[in-house]
Design a binder for this molecule. Structure first.
Ligand code: 5GP
Length: 192
């Protein structure tokens, strides 16, 4: 997706530890024109899959999920990172290790929001080691629902996550795949 690549080239910053800072357009300040295009592109790619729900993980995934779900005209569910008193009923949880913080915590969804008849599109901002996505896939599987597809805004093609999730049989589609970002120079994988 050229608009996204352009935003990454011009506005993203490579930080030590293979962290890409995209807070000027994706996960602190949000470029709503770009976000709308991201949602539209995910819709084009997954519209034939019978999607009934869009699932993501808080916080950065929520805006992306909402922009996408508007095109599908389906609800958004986001997995919560903190157990709160507002979470009651039967819960589905999975451990996730945070790429940016290095901590492992449980992410949780109330079972009533993922009934077995759902076909779920999972979306997130980044795919790196695959922990966040793997947790979300586990939750959908435990709910007895179906993963209809996975949409990622930026995949780090040099990290292990994409291979691990695809090996589980899921269709993962990334709008920008980064081949390398050594010494601050971002190189895209031309396959995307
Ligand atoms: P994974 O679980 O695949 O290792 O990492 C995915 C999660 O970590 C995403 O939900 C995203 O929020 C965060 N993440 C991974 N890599 C980056 C990065 O380079 N920059 C930012 N801003 N977040 C990242």
């Amino acid at each position: 997706m050229e608009l996204l690549r352009q935003a990454i080239r011009e506005r993203a910053v490579v930080r030590p530890g293979d962290v890409l800072k995209v807070d000027s357009f994706l996960n602190h300040q949000i470029d709503i024109d770009l976000l709308g295009e991201v949602g539209r592109e995910f819709y084009q790619r997954f519209k034939s899959r019978g999607i009934t729900k869009v699932l993501t993980i808080e916080a950065s995934g929520i805006a992306i999920a909402v922009a996408t779900a508007q095109y599908f005209d389906v609800p958004v569910v986001f997995a919560k990172k903190h157990q709160t008193k507002n979470l009651d009923g039967e819960l589905l949880s999975a451990p996730v290790t945070s790429f940016t913080h290095g901590r492992t915590y449980d992410v949780t969804v109330e079972k009533k929001f993922l009934p077995p008849e759902d076909t779920v599109l999972i979306v997130d901002d980044f795919l790196a080691k695959g922990s966040a996505l793997s947790g979300l896939c586990d939750i959908v599987e435990r709910a007895g629902a179906k993963v209809g597809g996975i949409g990622i805004v930026i995949e780090k093609g040099f990290d292990v996550g994409g291979g691990l999730i695809r090996a589980r049989g899921y269709d993962v589609q990334s709008l920008a795949r980064i081949k390398s970002m050594n010494e601050g120079r971002i190189v895209f994988d031309d396959a995307e």
